[in-house]
Design a protein around this ligand. Structure first.
Ligand SMILES: C[S@@+](CC[C@H](N)C(=O)[O-])C[C@H]1O[C@@H](n2cnc3c(N)ncnc32)[C@H](O)[C@@H]1O
Length: 207
């Protein structure tokens, strides 16, 4: 892609993300309620986000949990070609390799209140999950595309503590195959979820 078009595309994507997600009262207020449950019930286990981008949702997780590790999974170079191939095959044609590449680890870490709790896993998920056998109390999966969302659920759900939660973003978006990934996982393992009336239509898995 022409580099000027690439930069313009990244700027527009950034604006859209900010516009649609920074005032998402339902998403943020639900996050607070879920966090209160985890704290009140003293659910053990770390936290994670798969799909961090500039860290605007991750910083909220971090700020609420001064005593839990936060694993930050992202390529930090945007969508991977392998995942984009699947989207295209499924008929989601807007997706481009490298979308969301205009971020970096330093920018993300600067936003974190408890930076010392952050463990950055840079690279392609699920490869970056290798060797992790922690248990989790809260996970946000916000990687947009079918492959990482499905792989994220396969990886994190078995590691979720009883009383823990997984948020998956974009379930009701029309741009990516997020809904297909959630439904495939739910159907295969007979695990229910609750849809949320936030801006991009998240779902919540609990255990
Ligand atoms: C919509 S953005 C995340 C937005 C962020 N959670 C927020 O609320 O500001 C999606 C992110 O998922 C990352 N991503 C997508 N597929 C991935 C994969 N297979 N491995 C790692 N990161 C991935 C992209 O690099 C991008 O930064």
């Amino acid at each position: 892609m022409n580099p000027v078009i690439r930069v313009a595309r990244e700027i527009v994507i950034g604006w859209i993300i900010k516009l649609f997600t920074s005032n998402d009262v339902v998403r943020y207020e639900t996050l607070k309620l879920v966090i209160e449950e985890i704290k009140q019930k003293k659910i053990l286990g770390d936290t994670a986000e798969l799909g961090v981008y500039k860290g605007d949702f991750a910083k909220k997780i971090n700020a609420h949990f001064p005593d839990k590790k936060l694993f930050l999974f992202d390529t930090f170079s945007g969508f991977d070609e392998r995942d984009v191939k699947t989207e295209l095959k499924m008929g989601y044609n807007i997706t481009k390799t490298g979308d969301f590449s205009n971020s970096n680890i330093e920018l993300v870490l600067k936003k974190m209140k408890y930076r010392e709790n952050c463990i950055v896993k840079k690279g392609w998920f699920p490869e970056t999950a290798e060797g992790i056998d922690e248990r989790f109390s809260f996970v946000s999966i916000d990687a947009d595309l079918f492959e990482p969302i499905y792989a994220g659920l396969m990886f994190f759900y078995p590691l979720l503590q009883k009383g823990g939660y997984i948020f998956v973003h974009d379930y009701n978006g029309k741009t990516y195959a997020a809904k297909e990934a959630v439904q495939k996982f739910s159907k295969e393992f007979n695990i229910p979820y609750v849809p949320l009336n936030d801006i991009c239509g998240s779902v919540i898995f609990s255990k």
